[in-house]
Design a protein around this ligand. Structure first.
Ligand SMILES: Nc1ncnc2c1ncn2[C@@H]1O[C@H](COP(=O)(O)OP(=O)(O)O)[C@@H](O)[C@H]1O
Ligand SMILES: [Mg+2]
Length: 275
């Protein structure tokens, strides 16, 4: 069975999309079959894949809810699934701005609203079709993200050492506990926290990072914080070219390729223990 991992943080601009995209290609480099899902109405991941579909995840989710039959559209997964070019297989279910209306759309249904994504993945047997399903979340802790959490086996949390305050981390752990307390699904495990855009020359950031690592160690055990990503011009360059770092073979990208392979290794370690 494949594993579902959400890249999550209620803040924007911390590197969720960047990390989800490159980690997916790192897993593909290791021969894994990977599906990515763009859950963000801003659809940045979809832009990176240059996928242009009329219909997107929102329509597939609505179509999967029988009670919403009157607003179903002629959209099918097989038509919407975007297959990657090249030899590394990373597929995508595109997102779109319609997802911002998800909460309202499902407000009146009787079926559990937090399990729509989980049910959709099950109906389409996607866990058996892929080794990994990577979900890129919007910067909220709203219903869409709760759907991602309820569907996921693990979470990866990119954060900035300066603005992911201890409070934000506590809040997130509390949400995981709330999900466990609902008693319907198991809460996802923390696979990794990834410090991003870190400036190690700034003492305040070093201090904040040390504090956050201590906090994570206490909350979920040691070894769950990855080595920091610094501000890398190479990442900006690759993303603006809509490419993963693995498409650049030069030395300039060597450390970035190694870092994302390192994340893929951590994911595999975690997944192997879990089987
Ligand atoms: N380590 C990094 N070095 C340089 N730029 C980065 C780095 N990580 C992310 N970025 C840039 O920061 C911006 C926000 O990243 P993004 O992945 O879109 O964050 P999120 O999905 O959390 O909103 C993007 O423009 C991205 O290119
Ligand atoms: Mg994003």
């Amino acid at each position: 069975m494949g594993k579902i991992i959400s890249f999550i943080n209620q803040k924007g601009g911390v590197g969720k999309t960047t990390m989800a995209f490159n980690s997916a290609f790192a897993l593909a480099q290791k021969g894994k079959k990977v599906l990515t899902i763009d859950l963000d109405p801003q659809a940045n991941l979809t832009l990176l894949f240059e996928a242009r579909n009329t219909y997107n995840l929102h329509h597939l989710l609505v179509n999967s809810i029988k009670e919403l039959k009157m607003i179903h559209v002629p959209a099918m997964l097989s038509e919407i699934l975007h297959y990657s070019k090249g030899n590394a297989v990373v597929d995508l279910i595109p997102g779109g701005q319609e997802l911002s209306g998800f909460d309202l759309t499902v407000a009146s249904i009787n079926a559990p609203r937090q399990l729509v994504l989980k049910k959709f993945l099950e109906i389409n047997d996607l866990k058996n079709r892929y080794d990994y399903i990577i979900i890129d979340c919007p910067p909220t802790l709203g219903l869409l993200v709760i759907n991602a959490l309820c569907a996921s086996d693990g979470v990866i949390i990119p954060f900035k050492a300066d603005d992911f305050s201890a409070k934000g981390l506590d809040h997130f752990y509390q949400v995981l506990e709330d999900i466990a307390d609902m008693g319907i699904v198991a809460a996802p495990e923390v696979v990794l926290h990834v410090p991003n855009l870190v400036d190690l020359r700034r003492k305040q950031e070093n201090d904040d990072l040390t504090k956050i690592i201590e906090k994570v160690d206490n909350a979920v055990g040691e070894g769950k914080v990855f080595s920091p990503f610094l501000n890398k011009a190479g990442l900006v360059k690759s993303l603006s070219g809509r490419k993963s770092v693995f498409e650049f073979k030069t030395n300039e990208f060597l450390d970035l390729r190694e870092k994302f392979m390192g994340i893929a290794d951590k994911i595999e370690e975690w997944a192997n223990v879990r089987q």
